[in-house]
Ligand binder design. Structure first.
Ligand code: NDP
Length: 265
């Protein structure tokens, strides 16, 4: 007699799940929001200044029905985050998936790096993740289930010399540890907390560096990875769907690396 077939595709089905993606208007966040929506989730896209882009995106998600929405909120502002959580609760009554993707890079040599720029980096990349996780984590604790995915970086693991952005590296290393702390504290509430640590991915953020250092892809970024190239936003989509879904039901506190082997050597 043939072994009973398990429906593995259903493990990745997110139909009816409610997902919040910060910084989902462009770049990596946009690709991750699209991937979650394609798997059936309703998605709230949170942006600071690009609300028009986010609104266009959710209009596409809702074209065949659904309840995705766009909202302006600065993740580093506690009042904005409280408003975001209130909107999610009144609209959906729950939050199943949170992707903390919003992040900034402010480069500069350590000896001249302004304290304001240091604090700004920490306030978006660390305070923002803490605030949004806390606000939506309370909803997840109440429903006894949830998956949080923090977008970390290989910069949280290695110093990506010759670039000088110590504040960014420190913020991402802190984000990896915050991931492990929240995973530990909230496991008893049925909440899984993981990080996705990409290598170099082509987005507006990286294009800005390229304008100043046009040779960098060839001579540094691609050569650093054992796969000898940089990545595309679409190459992160499967990982976020996996971590958000029941396929990852026994995975928590993990720093999931997608970097073409950049941090191997
Ligand atoms: P982009 O600069 O292309 O996009 C950043 C997004 O974050 C935008 O949607 C932006 O919206 C939003 N955002 C920024 N600050 C805030 C804020 N205070 N509140 C709410 N939203 C905000 O970045 P990427 O797509 O390249 O990066 C996304 C994440 O991935 C970041 O956390 C980054 O550190 C990480 N990462 C990126 C890598 C890469 O190679 N690109 C590599 C490793 C990690 P708005 O413009 O409206 O403010």
């Amino acid at each position: 007699m043939a072994a009973p077939q398990r429906d593995y595709a259903r493990l990745f089905d997110l139909t009816g799940r409610k997902a919040v993606v910060t910084g989902g208007s462009r770049g990596i966040g946009k690709a991750l929001a699209e991937a979650l929506a394609a798997q059936g989730a309703d998605v709230a896209i949170v942006v600071r200044s690009t609300l028009g882009l986010a609104e266009e995106l959710v209009a596409g998600f809702n074209a065949g029905g659904g309840d995705s929405f766009a909202i302006q909120a600065d993740v580093s502002d506690p009042a904005d985050v409280a408003r975001l959580a209130a909107e999610v609760e009144s609209r959906w009554g729950r939050c199943d998936i949170l992707v903390n993707n919003a992040g900034i890079v402010l480069p500069g040599p350590a000896e001249d790096f302004p304290l304001d720029a240091w604090r700004q980096t920490m306030s978006v990349n660390l305070d923002g993740v803490f605030l949004v996780s806390q606000a939506l984590g309370r909803l997840m604790i109440r429903q006894k289930k949830g998956s949080i995915i923090n977008i970390g970086s290989m910069s949280g693991r290695i110093v990506n010399w010759p670039f000088r952005h110590a504040a960014y590296n420190v913020s991402k290393a802190g984000l990896h540890m915050l991931t492990k702390c929240l995973a530990t504290e909230w496991a008893e509430h049925g909440i899984r907390v993981n990080a996705l640590a990409p290598g170099y991915i082509m987005t507006e953020l990286t294009e800005e560096v390229l304008r100043e250092h046009p040779d960098v892809v060839e001579n540094h970024w691609a050569k650093g990875a054992v796969m000898n190239r940089i990545g595309s936003v679409d190459e992160l989509a499967g990982s976020v769907v996996y971590l958000a879904s029941d396929a990852a039901s026994f995975t928590t506190g993990e720093i999931h690396t997608v970097d073409g082997g950049l941090t191997l050597r």
